[in-house]
Design a protein around this ligand. Structure first.
Ligand code: FES
Ligand code: FES
Length: 165
């Protein structure tokens, strides 16, 4: 019988306790155990960033860590960003700036953008492009993604009650 470990973690503000095999990836746990299919898998080379989530508020590629490594931590996925029916400011900005086409990269882009804005609240274009270099988009050409991140930054600076985090 396969070796299993019990993990206790918080995902999108709900607490979970589960037995997992040590080899189970965090992205597999999120999608296959918790049904959080908003976090997607776009490659098998740790390259695309589509699987990006937050671990204790910092972005990580959930295909590059094991579920057991999230034991005792707090994970936020794209599905945990909305509050009281309101999209997160970065989600809104992606929508308003038409920063997506097929949308496959979008969950990871948004999670990475939030992390970027936490570190650089008013980023110039180069900072945005550097901050998103680990996230690939095959459709948009990135122009509107950059615009969306800068629009979210502007929105947050004019609405202090609603931060980007
Ligand atoms: S699925 Fe994780 S980096 Fe591509
Ligand atoms: S919108 Fe299609 S991959 Fe980015």
């Amino acid at each position: 019988m396969a070796n299993r470990h019990t993990i206790n973690l918080t995902v999108d503000q709900a607490r979970y306790s589960d037995d997992v095999e040590p080899r189970m990836l965090l992205v597999q746990y999120l999608r296959e155990r918790l049904g959080k299919t908003g976090t997607v898998v776009g490659c098998d080379t740790t390259n695309c960033g589509a699987c990006t989530v937050h671990l204790d508020g910092v972005s990580v590629k959930s295909c590059t860590m094991f579920a057991v490594q999230a034991d005792g931590h707090e994970v936020t996925t794209i599905e945990g960003l909305e509050h009281d029916g309101e999209l997160h400011p970065v989600q809104k900005a992606f929508h308003e700036c038409h920063a997506l086409q097929c949308g496959f990269c979008t969950p990871g882009m948004i999670m990475q953008s939030i992390d970027l804005l936490n570190e650089h609240p008013d980023p110039d274009e180069e900072t945005v492009r550097n901050g998103l270099e680990g996230n690939l988009c095959r459709c948009t050409g990135y122009q509107n993604i950059v615009k969306a991140v800068q629009a979210a930054a502007k929105e947050s600076s004019t609405a202090p009650a609603e931060g980007v985090a």
